[in-house]
Design a protein around this ligand. Structure first.
Ligand code: PMP
Length: 426
């Protein structure tokens, strides 16, 4: 640094906003958003405290509500067998592994779980991480670097975007589920890069639609690009026995390079995994930062997930139930002309309100009416795509679904929310 420049830095007054959290522009923006929320008169919908196991119902402020806010798709959290497995693991191993697994934190239950995930997914091996978010960040961050290219679906989860940024590779989103666009981009630029990683999701959790995996696979193979799929919302919910998108489409799992998923949704636990070829898992096991430099997942957490896989293998009817429940709920709303966006064939059903304030109010009215379904507001989605989102589970009864759909329709009407064109015509 030239001496003159150093002097300028030394003499410049350092603004308090650079070292005082309360003056950070990021903090001031947050306060402004929260003030706007307060002005709506609707109570803050975030950080609600749930005082019970959350399956088909939950308890908030002592009131029982029908719950559509959790990813407990197959009812594994709160399942007595899953809870017992977790308790047994605590008795045997304590509550923490107290070290990175690379050093001294590995227990037999980790090995059993990773073998189970690999077998369930139909690939060589797998590796578990303490968080699904960290799994994506660390894995994507490791597999590509400057000089490489990441092409990801435009509706990708934050963890995929963050991993892409971390990697230093060039990042380019492609239009949602548009594999013709992906093909065009690859035709144009593939040769300019060393590696290309394409990242898609199985089920898209904001919209409730799913990836056209055969199309993605065909394009990636032709252009010699690696394909990674995030199955956070599709493992345990898609395919006739819950084996996710490979089973849904009848694809050999070994055709896809990187399978990612989470244990905190259909598997009643917490954490994430990568599954795939032996060499990939070996590479991650020794070098993925979020694995190597992190305390391994707690034995009770691993044991709960392991038991959930076993229960799902024994009771695949839970998967059919989730999808049948979701199909019923979706058809009740669609028949009434409610705008459910792209949803279809998955456990996620959004009700698009087209405006954040309306989504907030609809969610609040439903809450007062005994239904817990969270609003998704700008900037999580585009303002015109603000919504109230429903996660359907195998534990919901037909009566709960019918009553909830009727309440949604009632409040949509009383609030004057637009119905879809087909419905108006009906
Ligand atoms: N991927 C997707 C698609 C997700 O929806 C989520 C979280 N809901 C994650 C990754 C992160 O997983 P986790 O919650 O286990 O950190």
């Amino acid at each position: 640094v030239p001496v003159g420049d150093t002097e300028v830095v030394e003499n410049r007054e350092i603004s308090a906003a650079s070292y005082t959290f309360s003056q950070f522009p990021e903090y001031l923006r947050l306060k402004q958003t929260m003030a706007q929320l307060l002005m709506t008169g609707v109570p803050n919908p975030y950080f609600s405290v749930h005082e019970s196991v959350v399956q088909d119902t939950t308890i908030i402020d002592g009131r029982e509500l029908v719950s559509f806010a959790s990813f407990n798709y197959t009812g594994m959290s709160g399942d007595p067998e899953v809870s017992q497995a977790s308790i047994d693991a605590i008795k045997k191993y304590g509550t923490s592994v107290s070290a990175s697994r690379l050093v001294s934190g590995q227990k037999p239950v980790h090995i059993e779980l990773e073998k189970k995930i690999a077998d369930f997914c139909g690939v060589d091996d797998s590796l578990t991480f303490v968080s699904g978010h960290g799994t994506n960040e660390s894995t994507i961050g490791l597999l590509v670097s400057p000089g490489d290219l990441i092409l990801h679906d435009s509706l990708s989860h934050n963890s995929i975007v963050q991993g892409s940024i971390l990697s230093g590779a060039r990042r380019r989103p492609f239009a949602h589920n548009d594999f013709e666009e992906l093909d065009r981009v690859l035709t144009e630029v593939r040769h300019q890069y060393r590696r290309v990683l394409v990242v898609v999701e199985g089920v898209y959790s904001m919209d409730g639609d799913y990836c056209d995996l055969p199309a993605a696979l065909e394009v990636c193979k032709r252009h010699k690009a690696l394909l990674m799929i995030d199955e956070a919302h599709s493992l345990g919910t898609m395919g006739s026995t819950g084996r996710g998108m490979a089973e849904h489409f009848g694809i050999d799992p070994n055709e896809v390079d990187v399978w990612m998923g989470t244990l905190g949704k259909a598997f009643g636990s917490c954490g994430g995994y990568i599954a795939g070829r032996r060499e990939l898992i070996e590479l991650l096991r020794y070098t993925a930062p979020a694995f190597v430099f992190a305390t391994g997942i707690s034995p009770s957490v691993a044991a709960a997930a392991l038991k959930a896989f076993e229960v799902l293998e024994r009771e695949p009817q839970r998967v059919a139930k989730v999808l049948a429940n979701a199909a019923l709920f979706l058809s009740l709303l669609k028949d009434a002309g409610i705008d459910t966006g792209l949803s279809g064939g998955t456990p996620v059903v959004p009700v698009i309100t087209g405006n954040s304030l309306v989504a907030l109010r609809l969610s609040h009215r439903l809450q007062l009416d005994g239904v817990n379904a969270p609003p998704i507001l700008y900037p999580a989605v585009e303002e015109a795509a603000a919504r109230v989102r429903f996660f359907i589970t195998s534990t919901h009864s037909e009566q709960q679904l019918r009553e909830t759909a009727a309440k949604v329709i009632k409040h949509v009407d009383s609030m004057g929310i637009r119905r879809t064109t087909e419905a108006t015509a009906n």
